[in-house]
Ligand binder design. Sequence first.
Ligand code: NAD
Length: 354
Amino acid sequence: MSVTPFAFSTQLPRVVFGAGSIQYLQREIELLGSTRAIVLCTPEQRGSADLVAAVLGDRCAGVFDGAVMHVPMEVAREAQAFARKVGADCMVAIGGGSTTGLGKAIALESALPILAIPTTYAGSEMTSIYGITENGLKKTGKDPRVLPKTVIYDPELTLTLPAGLSVTSGMNAIAHAAEGLYAQDANPIMSLIAEEAIRSMAQGLRRVHIDPFDIDARSDCLYGAWLCGIVLGSVGIALHHKLCHTLGGSYNLPHAETHTVVLPHAIAYNTPAAPDMVGRIARALGADNAARGLYDLAKSLGAPTSLRDIGMPDGQLDRCAEIATQNAYWNPRPIEQAEIRQLLEAAYYGNPPA
Ligand code: NAD
């Protein structure tokens, strides 16, 4: 085996992992040196946030339950004002990428530390990437201030994530690891992590699909999500994420579902240019072919496989292929508009990857 040259550096949050680990919240807040934490959540997860507030006891300065998808600037401002008003010195974000994202938007302005308690598999808690939406446009950036200081992964808090959402969220996580394998700045450590991440997530999802209350399966998924998040936060992305960004932004398609549908096709596109790395995806899935293995995994778990089924309007393939190839970006295989259109057509109709 030959090792290609690489550079390696990473900055990761402290992690506390395990069923019931929410019990360590007070200790972790103390370790951050904080005494007045605000709890962030979506309106739907107010119940979980109240539980967190109860565990925090007199270290809780209030609950802000206004987190919504894509972090609208108005919500970010409202939450920033709330944090100032109650004199918060830290944030506890319990929820998925939308809630962690709100915490990041507050941290960007205030530098308050974030303790994240992820309840989906999106992986935002392991990255210093933020996104804020203003006037219909989502602006993303990278800033070390938004990387959470501590993350508590408690699989018990994911038991309520509906099976369907668990599967698409898990496929979204697998996409981070899969593209990390052939990223421009890929390195052997992240490749080890990515392969193990895909293996753990796929194994967990197969069992969560059968029984969403299987705590061991939930642990495998959350462990996989952590590893996928590390890859996303440490190395670059390529065609798949670019396509999902374009589709999500242009047609307001649901985030995790879009990743689920596009991933097998993006991997098929890149297979000739990175056969060894893509082979590691196949090995992790126990499949002969990575792209087909991902497609079959999604199908067997009842996840969507067609862009049409998740709301992409008819007659948009040419325009979408044009937008997705407009700005040059790195990908292991050159981006050709005609081939990207073919890829999108297969994804639109839900055909198996070429
Ligand atoms: P989400 O956070 O929008 O959650 C979806 C819904 O599921 C919400 O209503 C939420 O309250 C609910 N939910 C979450 N956990 C639950 C649980 N355990 N039980 C019951 N309901 C639960 O969805 P997401 O897919 O986690 O995050 C998507 C967002 O995160 C997107 O905006 C995406 O751009 C962003 N994201 C950012 C990064 C990053 O690094 N910055 C990485 C991944 C995703």
